[in-house]
Design a protein. Structure first.
Length: 491
């Protein structure tokens, strides 16, 4: 029995000796693939992890024994045992240093590029290896969470309601709302039958917002009561609240870029007074307006991906609203406009108003997975791997065929293929650090408007890291809206 246990123990030790260097090389090479460094050199350097450094360590130890006159004394452990222990020590130290120095980036790199060694293989074995690699990457999410605090957490109410059911499909009517009991904070009673909560809603401000008299905008309560008194449809009332916030509040670009966000940005009264805030301010003001109008709006925090950060994400806050027992997602910050440097440009949109969870979840990942409002929530790794397409991409019924990941590596050029019913596309690429765009060749071959046509784009890329940007329009000319961003490493 003792001999069998010893054999098993040694077998496990040898297995660990083999696995530890492989794990270290996998982490380091995935970081290299993500950062567009030379993966081949990283893999070759793995020979230092085994057998290079362990054998060197053994050689130095033997030299010191000989120098100290102990060369003839027997070892307590065999050469094999010493090699196993030295290998484990070297590789555990290497992994510890690697993960401690890049905790956030390591998780993102493993989640996005942990299958780099499989390249374009999609056979059954490759898919099993891919799933295993990403499952292993997911086990490091705790490290990411521990080193990636969300500064907007502190504004989150601890007694907020829980999403007990997912939102209804936003292309079907919302059930008729009924008034039961007294409305909150004195808001007028009574509801009308809800209009269909279709998406996207018109990109135009609600008439109540455009025609609101100055005396109705003296306080949060007066705005909420005015909207509640003049809009009985719960869907359109939420739109009016969303539209007031997106139109009246400016984004504090300098505070966001500097990271010096005022502590009272989560104070809805301060944001209302200043007419300035970042995402926490927008979202908390939506909550406060909902209380005044008698609507249930909650504050949600998590990560968001943008064209500036199409793989990983930034800390963010947004809202969920309950209408007739079903939850819907809203981001008034994103619908207010955009930043250019630290300068805010107002540009109203309704892209993130009642957005389907599967579309909203391409860019937004809540800390509480239940606020994904999906029947089957996705993991953070799945979120990171999704190509970063905008809501307008899905509203146009486009489908990305290739690439199928948020970041890919190519040799000199990238080919993009989309199923495209009728949209005219422009594609260009810009350095990942920002700069001037360069046009890519776009071929709308066979685009007959039949709903199953393909559009091909080819970007000839110099070496470097690039953001490939997709833009679309209904015509060959005029304004093209941003549809999505792909991160591409070219060597």
């Amino acid at each position: 029995m003792a001999r069998a246990i010893a054999v098993i123990f040694k077998a496990l030790a040898v297995l660990l000796m083999v696995a530890a260097p492989l794990l270290g090389v996998w982490v380091a090479s995935s970081l290299a693939a993500y950062a567009n460094a030379r993966v081949g050199w990283v893999v070759l350097s793995g020979l230092l992890l085994f057998p290079g450094l362990p054998l060197a360590w053994e050689g130095i130890a033997q030299w010191r024994r000989a120098r100290d006159g102990k060369g003839n004394k027997p070892h307590i452990l065999t050469f094999g045992d010493r090699l196993v222990l030295r290998t484990l020590a070297v590789n555990i130290a290497f992994l510890g240093i690697l993960l401690a120095s890049t905790p956030k980036t390591a998780f993102v790199a493993l989640s996005a590029r942990g299958d780099w060694f499989l390249r374009s293989s999609h056979g059954s074995l490759a898919e099993r290896l891919r799933r295993g690699a990403f499952k292993l990457a997911g086990s490091l999410e705790w490290l990411y969470d521990a080193t990636h605090p969300n500064p907007y957490d502190k504004y989150e109410a601890k007694d907020r309601p829980h999403p007990d059911k997912p939102g209804k499909p936003v292309t079907t009517p919302v059930a008729t709302a009924t008034a039961t009991g007294s409305p909150q904070n004195g808001a007028p009673r009574g509801e009308t039958e809800a209009t269909p909560a279709s998406w996207p809603m018109p990109h135009a401000l609600h008439p109540i917002v455009t025609n609101m008299p100055p005396e109705a905008e003296q306080s949060i309560e007066s705005v909420g009561h005015y909207i509640a008194a003049h809009e009985k449809d719960p869907v359109l009332r939420i739109k009016a609240l969303h539209d007031w916030v997106t139109d009246r509040i400016a984004y504090d670009g300098p505070a966001f870029r500097s990271g010096n966000i005022p502590f009272d940005d989560g104070d809805s009264a301060k944001v209302f007074q200043r007419k300035l805030g970042v995402c926490a301010g927008y979202s908390q003001l939506m909550v406060a307006l909902g209380k005044a109008s008698g609507d249930e709006i909650v504050y949600v925090v998590g990560n968001v991906r943008t064209s500036e950060s199409p793989v990983d994400g930034l800390a963010h806050a947004w809202n969920a609203v309950r209408i007739s027992g079903a939850w819907y997602l809203i981001d008034a910050t994103f619908d207010a406009g955009y930043l250019e440097g630290d300068k805010f440009h107002k540009q109203y949109s309704s892209d993130y108003l009642f957005t389907p969870p599967e579309v909203f979840g391409v860019s937004h990942f809540p800390e509480d997975k239940d606020w994904q409002l999906r029947d089957a929530p996705i993991s953070r790794g799945d979120f990171i791997r999704q190509p970063m397409m905008q809501p307008a991409f899905y509203a146009r019924h486009l489908e990305l065929v290739a690439p199928d990941r948020s970041q890919v590596s190519v040799s000199g050029h990238v080919d993009i293929v989309l199923k495209n019913p009728s949209t005219q596309l422009l594609v260009d690429y810009v350095p990942s650090t920002g700069g001037t765009g360069t046009d890519c060749a776009v071929d709308h071959r066979g685009d007959s408007g039949a709903g199953n046509s393909l559009t091909h784009a080819r970007c000839d890329l110099p070496s470097g890291s690039w953001n490939v940007m997709l833009f679309g329009s209904d015509a060959d000319y005029g304004k093209f809206e941003h549809l999505g961003t792909l991160a591409v490493n070219s060597r």
